[in-house]
Design a binder for this molecule. Structure first.
Ligand SMILES: [Zn+2]
Ligand SMILES: [Zn+2]
Length: 361
């Protein structure tokens, strides 16, 4: 996690310009380090081999050990904000005047962005890239300009309440249009007709309270618990339903018994494993290993997973901080800081920027 310009790192955190390191954090331009201590090349590879990362038991032992080691010893920054001016949130790079945003790069004069690149004068965007400009409440979009309340639409200008529309402009409430102009509910109008009718619809929507709001949650095509929302803002089934969202129950057909034993070492896993039904060791959900995947694990000398893809994803998500900031004190100088690391997080050392820089550099 948080590693740049590095190769062949295993279980590392916040490394830059490093190669062949294991169980290490906060290093700059180092090689052959284990537990933040230097080794000779020969010692490094000997120790690496002894860990048996080609086996399920060895990899899980390493994973558990590393998670505990990182939580206890690694120095974490209060917020990962790099080369930014007047900006707040977490995981921001090259931003100016960006407020309460997460995972944003190269953006200016924006608020409440999640996973956005190159935005200018935007608010409430999620997964929006390729220079969005003056866009509001859009999700999964590319290069939306002067547009709002759009979903999965790309290269559009002045579009409102559109879904899956591409390279269009001046459209309102349309679905699946390409290269269109002056359409309302997918019907073609002249410029004059469009402007008149659009004004009328907006007036009506203002009275009904719909104008200015994103599509209502009951229109969502997916259940709450199968979306990213559940990852960052988890709810239980009854809480979800109380809010009027749908919930997807488990499908019993996805929980059959595993049809084979998985060998501990990747070298012993037969090609036939791709024909087997596997069951997750955490939740029992079925999953498969496909041939390309098996080839990858064999090439990298890593064991095949014992967990389903959803549980593997959930385990990675646990390493991430929530998209919520709170106050706490620097673990070194006790200064008050704003951070996504809040109570309940396993990480012990959360430092202010000054203490972080002094400790790492
Ligand atoms: Zn699972
Ligand atoms: Zn400090």
């Amino acid at each position: 996690m948080y590693c740049d310009d590095s190769t062949d790192l295993l279980f590392c955190y916040d490394m830059k310009g490093c190669n062949n390191c294991l169980f290490s954090y906060g290093l700059r331009n180092k090689q052959y380090y284990i537990d933040n201590k230097p080794y000779s090349k020969e010692e490094y590879f000997e120790k690496l081999k002894a860990m048996k990362l080609d086996t399920h038991s060895g990899l899980e032992r390493a994973r558990k050990g590393w998670n505990e080691f990182r939580a206890q010893h690694a120095i974490h920054r209060d917020a990962y904000i790099t080369n930014c001016e007047n900006s707040s949130g977490n995981n921001l790079k090259n931003c100016k005047n960006v407020t309460d945003s997460f995972n944003v790069v190269n953006s200016e004069d924006c608020k409440y962005l999640y996973d956005v690149l190159d935005a200018k004068t935007c608010q409430d965007l999620n997964y929006s890239l390729y220079h969005p400009e003056v866009a509001y409440e859009c999700i999964s979009t590319l290069q939306m300009r002067y547009s709002a309340f759009c979903v999965a639409s790309h290269y559009c200008t002045s579009c409102f309440y559109c879904e899956m529309c591409n390279s269009s402009s001046d459209c309102f409430g349309c679905v699946g249009l390409n290269k269109k102009k002056y359409c309302i509910l997918n019907k073609q109008y002249t410029k004059e007709e469009y402007e008149k009718l659009r004004t009328k619809i907006i007036e009506h929507m203002k009275k009904s309270g719909e104008w200015g709001e994103f599509f209502p949650a009951e229109r969502a095509q997916f259940a709450y618990n199968e979306t990213v929302a559940q990852e960052y803002f988890p709810l239980k089934k009854d809480e979800t339903e109380a809010r009027g969202y749908t919930w997807r129950d488990k499908d019993a057909r996805e929980y059959q018994a595993q049809t084979c034993e998985i060998p501990d070492a990747i070298a012993d896993v037969p090609a036939m494993i791709t024909n087997e039904i596997l069951a997750c060791e955490d939740c029992n959900k079925n999953y498969k290993v496909i041939s390309q995947e098996l080839r990858f694990y064999k090439n990298k000398n890593l064991p095949i997973p014992r967990k389903c893809d959803l549980c593997r994803h959930a385990a990675r998500m646990q390493l991430r901080t929530p998209r919520q900031l709170g106050e706490r004190t620097c673990g070194k100088c006790n200064k008050s800081i704003t951070s996504a690391y809040q109570s309940g997080r396993p990480e012990q050392k959360i430092y202010c920027e000054g203490c972080y820089l002094a400790a790492i550099y």
